[in-house]
Structures are given as C-alpha cells and as structure tokens.
Design a protein around this ligand. Structure first.
Ligand SMILES: C=C(O[C@H]1C=CC=C(C(=O)O)[C@@H]1O)C(=O)O
Length: 439
C-alpha cells in the first residue's frame, strides 16, 4: 500500500477532491465503488475496485484483504459439523455468493468544525499500476465537469401497483395459517415499491442526505456496473463487527413502531410500549443468536437489552451481544458467526430453513441484495488494526438508471394482523422515500 496522500494534493483544478470525483470517475470507467459511513461517526469512506466483474467469494473475514463485502439474501451456509469447542474450527459449507470489492483505491473524507479534509491511497501491490494511472488521468480530465453532475435536481413519481397490497395481505394471511398449524414460528415477508426519477439521480447526493438525516444508521451506496445497479441504504441493523481489539458485536433487532406520536411529536424511547407480539418477535431473533453461540459452545458473551432503539422514523427493540475474542481465544469468531447467523430471524424466520422455503414460495420478487449483508472488511482506518463491520441490508433500494426499487419486510408471527403488517412495510419504505422526495 502506498503512503496516504492528503486529498487536496490530488486536485488538478484547485478545488478539493470530493467523494463524487472518485465515484463518477469509477462509474465512467465501469469500476465498482462503495461509499459508506459507520453509525455515529462523521468520516465517510470510499473504495474503488478495478475488477469490472466482481469476484464471488466465501464470506471469510480471516482470508479477505481490505475491501467491501456485499452478500445476497440467498447465501445460506449449511453446517456440516456443529458440536465443536470454542477454540476448534467449525466446519461450514462455504458458498461463494458474496461480491467482493477489493480496495484498489481507498479514500477517507473527514470534517472537523466545518473544515473538510481527507486522504487517499491506491494499493499498488494488488492493483495493476497502469489501471491506477488510467484512473487518475481520467479523474484529472473529468474534474471540471463533476461539479455540474452534483447539482442535478430531480423529481420522483411512484408507480401505481393496485394489486400489491392485496397480494401482500393474502400472503401474510397464508403465513399466519401456517404458523397456527405449527409449521413455522416466525417468517419475514417482504415487498417492493418502485419509483421513477425524472433524471438519473446523483447517488452521492442521496448518500450525503441519508448520512445527515440518519446519524445512527450505517449508510452506504454501492455501485455494481456489471449489474447496472447502485444499491443505497440506511440500515439500523448490525450483523457482525470485529473491532481492532478483537471485540465481536452482533445485535438482534425486531418489533417496529413509529418514532412519532400521531400529532408529530417525537416519542421518548424509554416510554415506548411494546405488544406481546413484538416482544416475542424480537425474542425469537435473540434466541436465534444464542442458538448460534450454543452451536460453537460459546458461553462467554455479554447480553445488553432489549432496549428501544430509534431508527430514523421508526423504533425497534434491540439486544446487543458482545464477545472478547482474545479472552475466549476464538479469533475466527467473526467469520464463524457470520456464516451461522445469516440470514437471521430478523429477515428470514424460525425455523430458518422452513421460513426460507416459505419466502421462496410466496414472494414474487427476487430479494437480490435486500436482506443480505454488506459492509467494510479488514479496513485499517487509523493504523490501529483492521476492522470489519457488516450490516443487514435493510432500508435499502436498488437504483437502475432512473428506476428505484425499494424493499421492505415485516416479521410475522401467528398474532400478525395482515393490514397492520402492510402498514409497517409502508413506514419502512418512508425511511428512504422521505429523502428521495427531497432530492
Ligand atoms: C425486514 C426488515 O426489518 C427487520 C428489522 C427490524 C424490524 C423488523 C420488523 O419489525 O419486522 C424486521 O425484522 C425491513 O426493514 O425490511
């Protein structure tokens, strides 16, 4: 890895280099890029990969170099052997379905007291140097035009889909029947909503607006040119994190209500009232996580919660699970838990495989990257050691030119009321729609 350069030394126009410059240059060359901001942080990160077709890899945090991982929902690992002690390796079948954006160019944008700064590096060890040269030359040639791309104004129109609500409600009723018959405990059914922009929207602008509006979310924009897609999200749900000190974190998130009273005043989280159905729905996610710990005989975890958590326009119940991987001598815990956890009961259901089949039989859309997982892997921001932060890919949309497809699901139990579950998915769509409608 070359040394870091301050971003202003790379500007050819006197204007400071911005995330949009790197993003648009990557786009024009057909290179994938990922832009993200971690929860409760200011720094924005961007990487560009020089792989026009992304490698499909197993989600192995111990093997992958620095980069950004994006997994589809349909990426199940089956357990070949589960009764292992905490310091033995668990054998899971590996599936090569996650897309990996290697950090050929890596940039960090910070802001302190309104002053923008940052640094950029390109990885000459892994990247083809002539490709890197081409990238910087293209950037220099384009920089003057990029300010114009940033200032684009767009309006949006919703597609009317008159059958969507009836179809969703019917499927929820079928799920409730299956749960009453005892075939499933919980299943998460999702739906889509499509909107059309008057002009191709600026993904970096949308990303910046989401960062501003949702400071506690993991906000990201991922451009995948081979699919002609950009995925944008502001997710509240952490799947697996390993920090520089080897601290592992995961969380169970479920149960949904508006964060506002009907008159528009914000609710106070400690005073939120949760129904029996929502408490059970979230407890099932926690139990699922604990079952995963049991499979590897890990008992030394800290459990905090459930607590009410604000996620933009919504509130959820959340429980955090923390493990010191050095103290328990389990350095591969992140990789092992990632494979065991996905897809959690927050996006699939219980029992997992029965719920997965039910989803495949009843949802008419392909979830693709919605309800998969995504995030930075082995990124060493301040030379403190590599960190990985993977989140469940919810509150997201897929952008294909001017068309945006939003995805939202609701966790169902036998006490679900179909119309209410539909309303819940409408509220979840609002997380992104409220920003889209104001670009
Ligand atoms: C599946 C989604 O949310 C999950 C996370 C939190 C609360 C949920 C719920 O209350 O149903 C879902 O399990 C989604 O936003 O599409």
């Amino acid at each position: 890895m070359q040394p870091d350069y301050p971003i202003n030394t790379l500007s050819t126009t006197g204007r400071q280099l911005k995330a949009i410059d790197l993003w648009e240059t990557a786009h024009s060359l057909g290179f994938p890029a990922a832009l993200w901001r971690l929860p409760n942080q200011q720094d924005k990160h961007l990487i560009v990969s020089f792989d026009e077709v992304l490698p499909r890899v197993p989600a192995d945090l111990d093997e992958l170099p620095a980069g950004f991982l994006v997994s589809p929902f349909d990426n199940l690992s089956s357990t070949a052997q589960t009764n292992m002690s905490a310091n033995a390796t668990l054998e899971l079948s590996t599936s090569n379905r996650a897309l990996f954006l290697r950090a050929d160019i890596q940039a960090l944008f910070s802001e302190t007291n309104g002053v923008q700064s940052g640094r950029v590096r390109s990885d000459s060890l892994t990247a083809n140097e002539s490709t890197a040269d081409k990238f910087w030359q293209t950037l220099a040639a384009q920089q003057n035009n990029l300010a114009a791309a940033q200032a684009k104004q767009t309006t949006v129109t919703s597609f009317s889909d008159p059958d969507a609500q009836a179809e969703y409600v019917r499927n929820v009723a079928l799920a409730v029947d299956a749960m009453k018959r005892g075939e499933i405990r919980k299943v998460v059914l999702s739906r889509t909503k499509r909107v059309l922009f008057s002009d191709t929207p600026n993904a970096v602008d949308l990303f910046d607006k989401l960062c501003q509006k949702y400071p506690t979310a993991f906000v990201s924009a991922v451009s995948i040119p081979e699919k002609g897609q950009i995925w944008i999200s502001a997710t509240p749900e952490r799947l697996v994190s390993i920090d520089a000190n080897g601290i592992f974190r995961t969380a169970s998130l479920a149960g949904t209500q508006s964060a506002f009273e009907p008159d528009g005043t914000p609710k106070r989280p400690p005073e939120a009232m949760w129904s029996q159905k929502e408490i059970e729905e979230q407890a099932l996610v926690s139990r699922y996580i604990i079952e995963c710990f049991k499979k590897i005989r890990l008992r030394e975890y800290l459990e905090e919660g459930p607590k009410t958590l604000i996620a933009g326009n919504l509130m959820h119940l959340s429980t955090c699970f923390i493990v010191d991987t050095q103290a328990v001598r389990y350095p591969q815990l992140g990789t092992v838990m990632l494979r065991l956890l996905h897809p959690t009961s927050a996006v699939c259901g219980t029992p997992r495989d029965v719920a997965f089949t039910f989803i495949g039989q009843h949802e008419t859309h392909d979830r693709e990257l919605y309800s998969g997982f995504l995030g930075p892997v082995n990124i060493n921001t301040n030379n403190e050691g590599p960190e990985s932060d993977l989140f469940v890919h919810i509150r997201c949309m897929k952008l294909e030119g001017r068309l945006a497809t939003l995805y939202a699901g609701a966790g169902l139990t036998e006490d679900s009321v179909p119309e209410r579950e539909w309303q819940e998915t409408e509220m979840k769509c609002q997380t992104l729609l409220s920003v889209i409608n104001n670009v």
